[in-house]
Ligand binder design. Structure first.
Ligand SMILES: Cc1cc2nc3c(=O)[nH]c(=O)nc-3n(C[C@H](O)[C@H](O)[C@H](O)COP(=O)(O)OP(=O)(O)OC[C@H]3O[C@@H](n4cnc5c(N)ncnc54)[C@H](O)[C@@H]3O)c2cc1C
Length: 429
């Protein structure tokens, strides 16, 4: 069988674009298949925070002269867009009390213009080596002894592409992972609906903050979160507010209806009374356990396609970079995929059971009523606690803040103290 190119890369999000750019720099030829018509746009919800915590995803970042530098993996990515620095992560109770985590010397996150990042990545691709097919959906993948065949549909036209290896970069709800049967051994935790509005003319009293509105009145099973983004004209800051709604329990809530209700009728409605909706994003997000060994004989699963929840944009760039290097080694007869396996398992927190387990069964405010959250946050609202934006550790950080106040809570609200102690038992079990 004659294979047309070295690689087929399915999906042109951050991981696929990074893989295409890196592989073209290594001299490999590829097809890059993307179902969107324009690569440097996105409609899928994404807060676009670059998380700056040292060691996050096993990496250390620096921001230099229009480049985001990955110090441990030793590469950098061009980013010419604006940043909005976030100095704290604030959780707000239904009546407005706060729990604030942050740092004083460096922002806890830097929000980027994701469309600009995608544009910069696209510009790095050598189009003499990478054939880009937009409005094209990969429907099937077959592995052969010495290559892969990917069946695609481009505006109703069906055809097959052949290459020596395939990099599957099609995101968290990966169709290719599913049809190859790799979801069969993954645990399905839950599925979330997300709806996001990009807003202008808001009046937000907490600038430079990642804000999460807690309590069942905001979201019966999840949370509403918002943050400033440098995505208006000339880097103007707009706010993005999202309802993240895990589909748990019997009731069929509408994420959009809940978000509309929050904006119009909550304690915080004044913040939005002049707001204009500029754009709408959304997604369905399936939470499964990660694929620990993310490759077959000639196929490697890159970025969110193999992840629990998400690798984040920064992780997707790391995955794309390492997957392209792995592919080059495989083509040279070396064990490149094994090296990727090492990278995957040593960088991402969800591949460490001791970090994944607490996020699944650990501390969460859904166990508390709105009144209880109001009470708890009345104890914390005057303090900035040390902490980052980190889904894997934040539950433990917050639980510890309240455990330090346990004697007072036991005296004033014994039923809340009991719930806090039950989390400790659950985590230690
Ligand atoms: C609500 C929400 C908030 C988030 N907030 C942040 C944040 O603050 N910071 C952060 O870093 N990350 C955040 N993320 C995660 C981040 O968006 C992802 O981790 C990142 O985009 C993963 O990149 P990827 O390239 O692996 O996948 P994706 O970005 O999902 O890219 C996959 C690409 O493949 C294409 N595709 C899919 N199927 C096919 C197919 N069959 N054929 C052809 N093309 C296909 C898609 O159109 C898409 O372009 C958030 C995600 C969500 C849902």
């Amino acid at each position: 069988m004659e294979y047309h190119k070295d690689l087929i890369i399915i999906g042109a999000g951050p991981s696929g674009l990074m893989a295409a750019a890196t592989s073209s720099k290594l001299g490999l030829t590829s097809y890059l298949i993307e179902k969107k018509s324009k690569i440097d746009t996105y409609k899928r919800s994404c807060c676009s925070m670059i998380l700056t915590e040292p060691g996050m995803h096993g990496e250390y970042l620096a921001f230099e002269n229009d480049r985001i530098c990955f110090l441990k993996n030793d590469f950098s990515v061009k980013y010419t867009g604006a940043y909005t620095d976030l100095w704290q992560s604030i959780r707000i109770s239904p009546s407005g009390n706060t729990l604030r985590l942050g740092r004083k010397a460096f922002p806890v996150a830097k929000v980027i213009n994701k469309a600009q990042l995608l544009r910069n990545l696209l510009d790095e691709i050598d189009e003499s080596l990478v054939e880009i097919l937009t409005s094209t959906v990969a429907g099937n993948l077959e592995e052969e002894d010495d290559g892969v065949i990917v069946s695609v549909v481009e505006k109703g036209r069906r055809f097959k592409l052949r290459a020596k290896l395939c990099l599957v970069c099609d995101g968290v709800n990966s169709h290719i992972v599913d049809i190859l049967g790799l979801n069969r051994n993954r645990k399905h935790f839950f599925t979330s609906k997300v709806v996001s509005y990009v807003l202008d003319k808001t009046k937000i009293p907490y600038p430079n903050s990642w804000i999460t509105f807690m309590g069942r009145s905001a979201s019966p099973t999840g949370a509403i979160y918002m943050l400033p983004k440098p995505i208006g004209e000339d880097g103007k800051i707009l706010y993005e507010i999202s309802q993240g709604l895990p589909l748990i329990g019997e009731k069929n809530y509408s994420a959009k209806a809940l978000l509309d209700n929050f904006i119009e009728n909550s304690h915080f409605s004044e913040w939005f009374e002049d707001a204009e909706i500029i754009d709408v994003h959304g997604t369905t997000h399936i939470m499964r356990s990660p694929i620990r060994k993310p490759f077959l004989k000639r196929t490697i699963f890159v970025g969110d396609s193999a992840a629990f929840m998400e690798v984040d944009n920064q992780g997707a760039l790391m995955c794309g970079f390492n997957a392209a290097k792995a592919a080059q080694k495989e083509l040279e007869g070396e064990k490149g995929f094994d090296e990727y396996y090492q990278f995957w398992n040593t960088h991402f927190e969800f591949n460490d059971e001791s970090l994944l387990s607490p996020i699944i069964k650990g501390f969460g405010f859904s166990a508390f009523s709105d009144d209880e959250i109001d009470y708890l946050f009345s104890l914390t609202q005057d303090t900035l606690y040390s902490g980052y934006v980190n889904h894997f550790t934040v539950g433990r950080v917050i639980l510890n803040i309240f455990l330090e106040k346990l004697p007072q809570i036991e005296k004033e609200k014994p039923e809340i103290a009991k719930k806090l102690k039950s989390f400790v038992e659950k985590i230690n079990s």
